[in-house]
Design a protein around this ligand. Structure first.
Ligand code: BDR
Ligand code: CA
Length: 297
């Protein structure tokens, strides 16, 4: 399948990107970046560093710096100032493209047969909202959007009901939901069921693959930054890898139809008029195996 990955790397973004780049079932046409976990300059540079480590040449297109009409929030407490938890990645061997994210998305979508390119959204939905606004004909050509974000029946992670990717730019999320795209959301309800323990990191490292070893180091950084979690317990949720994993293994997720909207003040998802598909559960053991196998490619 052909995919554009929209991302703000980000520790768990990096694992998702490494998995998608290395997996033979996914052809990543481009990485489009935005400010989110950390600022746009850092997320764009990180995308180049991840591509270089993966050894799969892929263009990187910088996108939105800030949310639509509000102040950004930052997640450096979780992802570190460098966005990758201090894990050693090579410098990018190729500079980011001069073509901005939305222009690149529109060009790729218009050039391909209708409904053949998927969009994997690992961060706030700002770039996709701008595509819908500036190039609606191109947005209508997307086959399927799979996005990590939101909290449905679970507490949020940046507010009582608010999850970071939606709450960082609720206006963008509202515009995207209203666009009528084929949209599958993976909220905290599912991603909190998907974590790693120390034995899993040993398995990743034992593969000898650079992408798997880097992923183990990234998950280790997740442990290190979780003060109350002793080494040997489970990591923070591996949110973003759920996106490419769902693309390839939909049978390992429980997907329910939901009708949702966005509460703009709080950034919470609430019952509303937009019918989408929502992953509410997953088979964690099988997905951990799929992730390690893909990273070892
Ligand atoms: C989401 O927020 C980011 O910090 C993670 O990369 C993930 O995309 C989880 O709420
Ligand atoms: Ca992310």
């Amino acid at each position: 399948m052909q995919v554009i990955i929209d991302t703000d790397p980000g520790i768990d973004d990096a694992i998702a990107i490494l998995y998608a780049l290395r997996h033979p079932g996914i052809e990543v046409l481009a990485l489009t970046t935005l400010g989110g976990n950390v600022g746009l300059g850092v997320t764009t540079r990180n995308a180049g560093r991840i591509v270089t480590l993966a050894g799969v040449p892929t263009p990187v297109h910088p996108g939105a710096d800030v949310p639509l009409g509000r102040e950004p929030r930052s997640e450096t407490a979780i992802h570190g100032n460098d966005g990758l938890g201090g894990v050693a990645f090579p410098d990018p061997t190729v500079a980011p493209s001069d073509e901005p994210a939305v222009a690149a998305m529109a060009r790729l979508l218009r050039a391909a047969p209708d409904k053949t390119i998927d969009l994997h959204c690992l961060g706030p939905l700002t770039n996709l909202a701008l595509l819908v606004q500036d190039a609606p004909d191109a947005a209508a050509r997307i086959r399927r959007v799979i996005a990590m974000g939101g909290a449905i029946d679970e507490p949020g992670n940046v507010g009582p009901r608010a999850e970071f990717n939606i709450a960082h730019d609720p206006d963008a999320a509202a515009r995207v939901l209203a666009a009528g795209l084929d949209f599958t959301l993976i909220p905290l309800d599912a991603t909190r069921q998907f974590r790693a323990d120390a034995a899993y990191l040993d398995r990743l490292r034992a593969t000898g693959s650079p992408a798997a070893i880097a992923s183990a180091d990234l998950i280790d950084a997740y442990f290190a930054q979780t003060e109350h979690q002793a080494k040997g317990s489970e990591s923070r949720p591996l949110h973003d890898p759920c996106v490419p994993l769902l693309a390839l293994n939909e049978n390992l997720f429980r997907i329910d139809p939901r009708s949702l909207g966005v509460e703009l003040d709080s950034g919470a998802l609430v019952p509303g008029p937009h019918a989408i598909r929502v992953a509410m559960g997953l088979q964690a053991d099988a997905l951990r195996s799929a992730l390690s196998e893909g990273l070892a490619e």
